[in-house]
Write a protein that binds this ligand. Structure first.
Ligand code: NAD
Length: 486
């Protein structure tokens, strides 16, 4: 049984109930965490608020040392973090190693970037006696509300940047994947001053909402579904809070008319099926140029047929389970809706017979789909690849932009004219040309349209946690000509 982490101490808080955490590959219970209450969230905010007074005053160098130390400890406790992440989240070990690598590096990245926070002096009306300064200051307590698909990485993108900027943090991990977060604070963050980082486990209601509504939490950094993002926006609006919302997507993958069929099939399998398709930037709509469609579909089905389903902890596994039954049921509903409306299922389309336990679903390729089907219009968040054929590249771009989401988009081509047209005309926060889903520490990540308003990573990811203040200072106390009387 685990506990909340508040003020560098373990506590059950006011919680009377517990939340069991399941291994999605076996449906066994791994551990339990407190079913946190509003009072627990409030206590964590108080701790973070008290810690902010000193944390904001530390020199950037002192903070940088402590953030590098988080990264160093993550590498020291690598194996147990990767193993627990695999058991509670489900994806294969190599993907969790990559997630931990990114997590540790994100702390190193923001440790360095935090050294370069700068205000500036701007010209004054009376340069002899006046100084005008623009300051960049931390906000105070940041609530970091995290989903289950990348529990470590999406925590790090928020927490490392918020701390480097001088804020303190309360983390609300997903109720489905709180265990690695608790292990991480225990092993990698206990050297931070008490209250700088706190973790409260529990459900969105009450714990998440208590953080969103708390008057001493000026910033909500949230990654999750559109519906929750909308709910948080409504709750926070009367208090004019700063909201960083990283929401859902329905990313398109466009297969250009000039591509190599084999390598593009591999690229698509990766970008649609990574983490069993449970990536916010999973390729969920595929538009294939008519001249290569026949060959491409054949190569894709061949590629998908080679992928091995199993528990993430097994070295032979390419694709792990989905996180839970509700998420798998949604994929089944989308596939069934497509089938009923005339789609052809070329491979998959069902649960694997050989894996009785666990939330597995076979990677699925669908042809003859259209935008009236759920699988082409709503976020599916599972291992399904629906394909539509286009004859005209302008038509493909129109289809890409037809979604209300705008998180990422992928194009495979070596035709520079098509690539330029694509990145200029597509409304999405990240455009990947040829190499899907590769992020960059210095490259801001986030969405347009209903995919949200935040940017994480890069200088923008730090700026999100800094507030701008203008100071006008006159060294002379003499009355001014423009004061009363006129
Ligand atoms: P979710 O919205 O159900 O939950 C996310 C977090 O919000 C959890 O910690 C949850 O407990 C909390 N929460 C739920 N209701 C809340 C409320 N009323 N107030 C405050 N907090 C609340 O999302 P999920 O199912 O965990 O994650 C999957 C979704 O996340 C998908 O839609 C996916 O596209 C999105 N996502 C987006 C990005 C991105 O960067 N844009 C990255 C990963 C995942």
């Amino acid at each position: 049984m685990r506990a909340h982490w508040i003020n560098n101490e373990w506590t059950q808080g006011e919680a009377t109930g517990t939340i069991p955490v399941e291994n999605p590959a076996t449906q066994e219970i791994l551990d339990e965490v407190p079913d946190g209450t509003e009072a627990d969230a409030h206590r964590a905010v108080e701790a973070a608020k008290a810690a902010f007074r000193e944390w904001r005053k530390l020199s950037a160098v002192e903070r940088a040392h402590m953030l590098h130390e988080v990264s160093r400890r993550a590498r020291e406790h690598w194996d147990e973090l990767v193993e627990l992440l695999t058991l509670e989240q489900g994806k294969p070990v190599p993907e969790n190693e990559e997630e931990m690598e990114w997590t540790a590096d994100t702390f190193d990245y923001y440790a360095e970037l935090g050294r370069h926070i700068r205000g500036r002096v701007v010209p004054s009306g009376e340069p002899e006696t006046q100084l005008n300064m623009v300051l960049k200051e931390p906000y105070g307590v940041v609530a970091a509300i995290i989903p289950w698909n990348y529990p470590m990485l999406l925590m790090a993108w928020k927490v490392a940047a918020a701390l480097a900027a001088g804020n303190t943090v309360v983390i609300k991990p997903s109720e489905l994947t709180p265990l690695t977060t608790l292990l991480f604070v225990e092993k990698c963050m206990s050297h931070l001053p008490p209250g700088v980082v706190n973790v409260v486990t529990g459900y969105g209601q009450p714990v998440g909402e208590a953080l969103v509504k708390h008057p001493d939490v000026p910033v909500i950094a949230f990654t999750g579904s559109l519906a929750t993002g909308q709910r948080i926006s409504t709750l926070a609006a009367p208090m004019i809070k700063r909201l960083h919302l990283e929401l859902g997507g329905k990313d398109a993958f466009v297969v250009g008319p000039d591509i190599d069929v084999e390598s593009t099939a591999k690229a698509l399998a990766y970008s649609a099926l990574l983490n069993a398709g449970q990536v916010c930037t999973s390729s969920e709509r595929v538009y294939v140029a008519g001249n290569v469609a026949g060959q491409f579909v054949e190569a894709l089905v061949e590629e998908v047929s080679r992928l091995r389903l199993g528990p993430g902890i097994e070295p032979t596994t390419d694709i792990g389970p989905m996180i839970g039954d509700a998420y798998r049921s949604k994929v089944e509903r989308h596939v069934e809706d497509a089938r009923q409306k005339g789609a052809r299922i070329l491979i998959g389309g069902k649960r694997p017979a050989h894996l009785e336990r666990g939330y597995f679903y076979e990677p699925t390729v669908l042809l003859d789909v259209n935008h009236d089907m759920l699988i082409m219009s709503e976020e599916t968040f599972g291992p399904a690849i629906p394909l539509m054929v286009y004859d005209d590249f302008d038509q493909a771009i129109e289809w890409v932009n037809s979604s209300p989401y705008g998180l990422g988009a992928v194009l495979r081509t070596n035709d520079m004219r098509l690539a330029k047209k694509f990145y200029e005309e597509v409304r999405a926060g990240t455009i990947w040309i040829n190499d899907p889903l590769t992020d960059n520490y210095a490259g801001p990540f986030g969405g347009m349209k209903l995919s949200g308003n935040a940017r994480e990573l890069g200088a923008e990811g730090l700026e999100s946690f800094l507030e701008t203040k203008h100071v006008h200072w006159d060294f002379s106390a003499d009355p001014k000509d423009w004061w009363y009387p006129y």
